[in-house]
Design a protein around this ligand. Structure first.
Ligand SMILES: Cc1cc2nc3c(=O)[nH]c(=O)nc-3n(C[C@H](O)[C@H](O)[C@H](O)COP(=O)(O)OP(=O)(O)OC[C@H]3O[C@@H](n4cnc5c(N)ncnc54)[C@H](O)[C@@H]3O)c2cc1C
Length: 279
């Protein structure tokens, strides 16, 4: 498997026992030995705002004493936009992770549990109007932005959108790279995007077109020089951040240094943050 030819499994016949809030897997794509994406059917009644997350999972192993099984659920950003008929997720594979050690083996036709209660702060409603929108992501933190980038509202609200995605190796960037490429050919979004997107992928542990942590590249001003931007201003710039706890705190500090304030659904401001995972 190379980074340019992810392994995609074809749909199979639905099977398996009925689960509470069950949805059927329609497609699975393995990007690396640590990353995969999958699509599932969408409950007709599920409404969400692009950028939100839901709880998904599988039935847990039977309790050794009682034999009872409980759902094993984890938070997952919905990577597909709110208009899509299906739901897409982009996932890590933690080899000893209670959920993803099993979830990584799902096949089309299998069922997963999806609790239909979307929530989250990486939504347009939590930001005040602006001209330029920054999406800062590391690893699977690109998932909410994969949703927002495919939402026409993003392109109607902003003149320019900058997606930064930092991963260890080039292969880890491939999901995002293909997503960005597909936007231009998308019948719905292509015309709206029309030169407004700057994609800024960086790697920390392998040589690539741009090496380095996004925090260092912001502090040194290299990002701005590369993009031909003077800096970040609370009048024009808005930002959404999704990465590890450390990344989120560092970017918060940088954004606050430029005079931006953290927003929330109840009180929109200039930037919003969400953890890509706990730990
Ligand atoms: C708001 C929110 C949204 C999330 N969205 C996503 C998503 O879209 N995709 C996704 O893969 N995960 C996402 N996560 C993490 C997810 O909830 C689980 O932690 C992950 O699926 C692993 O589950 P697990 O049971 O296998 O291992 P866990 O016991 O949950 O995690 C084991 C350890 O693995 C590491 N880890 C967990 N998730 C990640 C990750 N995504 N990237 C790097 N290291 C990780 C952490 O160090 C963690 O302590 C999200 C978490 C939160 C809080």
């Amino acid at each position: 498997m190379t980074e340019h030819s992810p392994m995609t499994t074809a749909p199979a016949t639905p099977a398996g026992p009925a689960l509470p809030d069950a949805q059927t897997v329609t497609k699975v794509t393995h990007w690396t030995d640590q990353l995969f994406s999958f699509r599932v059917t969408r409950p007709k009644s599920l409404r969400f705002r692009s950028g939100e997350f839901v709880m998904i999972g599988l039935m847990g192993e039977p309790d050794p004493k009682t034999g009872r099984q409980k759902p094993l659920l984890r938070a997952y950003s919905i990577a597909s936009p709110s208009w899509d008929d299906e739901l897409e997720f982009y996932s890590i594979k933690v080899q000893d992770g209670p959920l993803t050690s099993r979830l990584q083996h799902i096949q089309p036709g299998d069922q997963i549990i999806l609790r239909p209660k979307p929530v989250g702060t990486l939504v347009h409603d939590a930001l005040l109007p602006g001209k330029r929108l920054w999406f800062f992501s590391t690893g699977t933190g690109i998932a909410p932005f994969a949703s927002l980038l495919r939402d026409p509202e993003t392109w109607e609200l902003y003149d320019r959108v900058i997606l930064t995605h930092t991963c260890r190796e080039t292969a880890d960037l491939e999901y995002g790279r293909q997503l960005v490429e597909s936007l231009e050919n998308d019948p719905l979004i292509g015309e709206l995007v029309d030169g407004k997107l700057d994609y800024y992928p960086t790697t920390t542990q392998e040589e690539s077109a741009k090496r380095g942590r996004i925090t260092d590249l912001l502090r040194s001003g290299e990002v701005f020089a590369d993009l031909g931007i003077e800096g970040i201003s609370p009048q024009t710039d808005r930002a959404m951040v999704c990465g590890s706890m450390g990344l989120n705190l560092d970017i918060k500090e940088i954004l606050e240094g430029y005079g931006l304030h953290e927003g929330a659904n109840s009180e929109p401001a200039e930037y919003v943050v969400e953890k890509a995972f706990v730990g």
